[in-house]
Design a protein around this ligand. Sequence first.
Ligand code: AMP
Ligand code: MG
Length: 318
Amino acid sequence: MKTKIINSADKASGEILKGGIVALPTETVYGLAADALNPGAVLKIYETKKRPDFNPLIVHVSGISEFEKYAVSIPNAVYKIAEKFSPGPVTYVLSKRNVIPDIVTAGIDTVALRIPSHPLFREVLEKCGRPIAAPSANMFGRISPTTAEDVLKELNGKIEYILDGGRCPIGIESTVISFEGERIFVLRHGFVTKEEIEAVSGKEVTEIKESASKISSPGMLKSHYAPLTPLYFTDNIEYFKNKESSVGIIDLTVYGNLREAALNLFADLRAADEKGYDFIVTKYVENKGLGRAVNDRLKKASSGNVIIERDKVTFLNK
Ligand code: AMP
Ligand code: MG
């Protein structure tokens, strides 16, 4: 199959309505989109990405008024948070209605709903008049794509169309939140921070760690967003800067602020991966606000809890 980069939202919508899958831009990262109400089309997403069937997809809708069509018992906090952050990079996990096929939610009784703000994606949603399921448009476990060219590198020959909307303006995924009684949980850190959600909802927000079983998100895997080149943490990045060897350096602190660090995270990972280094070293950014989302991606992209200093390699957990 030849993969074509296209610019027409009309064409992309037509393909989705026919039961096809199309990669398209969102404000976060590129998504691989299908009609969420068409199980056969959604199956193509799982097959193309080689995504495990236990990992549910986010369903995108055009506005908050659509939520009641696909979810029940929507807490008031959703409306409060959505007023401030939707359209935008927040995903709400809610009790699902039967109209959402089981394959979309990997058989669980909740559905993750998001209202994207990217104008091209919104045009596709309007034209389709259907909810659209879309995970990131990369092979499962690999680096998320933030340009049409990245998608081409990931899925060349595997899909027919990539709708080109230029570079994603945010560059890091949405914040996934869920609700239980009065409580709010962050299942995945993303562009909107825990503190911002606390401020607008007036409620305390609890982080769910991978190990927590009860309310955890099936997509919270240890390894994700990963380059093929081993990625290690170092507490001495300066040492590698002066070294003439095949070591890539990803230092997101050089961007000066967390927004820029998040924007460049996947692009830097991909660029370093393409250089064919023996390994790449990196370090965490400050672990607060948006820094948590960035560090979460770095941790999952790294091949282990390894710290390298000069010629001393310390394997933690080994
Ligand atoms: P992505 O594959 O990058 O689109 O990420 C989607 C994220 O949302 C994954 O971490 C999924 O596990 C999570 N997710 C989607 N649907 C649900 C759901 N119903 N309950 C909990 N997490 C979900
Ligand atoms: Mg993904």
